[in-house]
Write a protein that binds this ligand. Structure first.
Ligand SMILES: [Zn+2]
Length: 86
């Protein structure tokens, strides 16, 4: 039946469209249980001293609030890194 076949194709197109739409185009904060939008992307090795992440990453996205906390908590580490250059 050509009618039902057409319906099948339409369904596939709708499914593909939904998949495309649901792609994480805008990045989210990657701190566990946080659903906020990405504010800054930071090195994961430093960020993982402050937060825990679901998987091994090299870079992580943080929202505004978590970035504030990250900056505060890693101040010493980041200053120590800077001191190494002197
Ligand atoms: Zn967050």
């Amino acid at each position: 039946m050509p009618g039902s076949q057409n319906f099948g194709i339409m369904e596939i197109i709708i499914m593909a469209f939904r998949l495309y739409r649901d792609m994480p185009e805008d990045k989210k904060c990657q701190v566990r249980d946080c659903k906020e939008d990405n504010h800054k992307t930071v090195p994961a090795d430093l960020a993982s001293k402050v937060f825990s992440f679901d998987s091994k990453l090299t870079k992580v996205h943080l929202c505004k609030e978590h970035y504030k906390k990250y900056k505060k908590e890693t101040k010493k580490e980041r200053e120590a890194q800077r001191a190494d250059w002197v």
